[in-house]
Design a protein around this ligand. Structure first.
Ligand code: CMP
Length: 223
């Protein structure tokens, strides 16, 4: 817990005293942690693993984020009584969580201005991303949106390989790429194929690799 960015500013003694409030929970791959619309009573920090945050209206899925170790989710429904889960959370890998009850979460925020500020900062970052996605949906075509999402995923989930290429550390299906950018799968497949043929990306065991990350970024900022 001490290594988490938004807990780092807590004074060590206080952090020590809060540790017993966190319950550890192991969740299998492919489990729903909660559904959109559920009442929320818990806040989650990921110790290890990967969680997909998405919204499903019965026909279409919109993927809002992939959240991995060191990050948190489930804070939005806890910030005010009566709020429901704004999206569904599902594990994509076996995941170890630290779980905090609503009451303890509130206490922690109330007693720690620094932590509250840190969380505000992270949440603003998510809002910034979400705003950008709204703009992109309005102004960009599917190819441009895919270029942008690949760049964003490479920043959030990228591993720089020895040969200078950047691997996105998520096993993504074409359907998931489509659900990230508001396109249909056929369109996403076609565009990914084009990007491969044009030499921008390769795919290794479902993980997308940006072949020349600097050039890729330049291409996206030119969009
Ligand atoms: P909550 O509404 O309790 O449950 C769903 C969670 O998904 C939400 O809290 C946030 O933690 C997370 N979430 C919702 N929207 C986004 C987003 N756009 N980006 C990242 N995380 C999100």
């Amino acid at each position: 817990l001490r290594t988490l960015p938004f807990l780092q500013d807590l004074d060590a003694g206080y952090l020590e005293s809060t540790i017993p409030l966190f319950q550890k929970r192991r969740v299998k791959k492919g489990s729903i942690i909660f559904f959109e619309g559920d009442e929320g009573d818990e806040f989650y920090i990921i110790e290890s693993g990967l969680v997909k945050i998405y919204s499903f209206d019965g026909a279409k899925t919109v993927i809002l984020a992939f959240i991995r170790e060191g990050n948190y989710f489930g804070e939005m429904a806890l910030i005010k009584p009566g709020l429901l889960r704004s999206a569904t959370a599902e594990t994509l890998e076996a995941t170890d969580l630290y779980v905090l009850r609503r009451r303890d979460f509130e206490q922690l925020l109330v007693k720690n201005n620094k932590m509250a500020l840190q969380m505000l900062w992270f949440t603003m970052e998510r809002l910034r991303n979400a705003n950008e996605q709204i703009q992109d949906l309005t102004f960009l075509n599917a190819r441009e949106r895919i270029l942008k999402i690949l760049l964003r995923l490479s920043k959030e989930h990228g591993t720089l390989l020895a040969n200078g290429e950047m691997q996105i550390n998520l096993k993504l299906t074409h359907q998931q790429i489509a659900d990230l950018v508001g396109a249909v799968r056929e369109t996403a497949s076609k565009i990914l194929q084009e990007l491969q043929e044009e030499g921008f990306i390769t795919v290794d065991q479902k993980k997308i690799i940006l072949k020349d990350p600097a050039n890729f970024e330049k291409k996206v900022t030119d969009v």
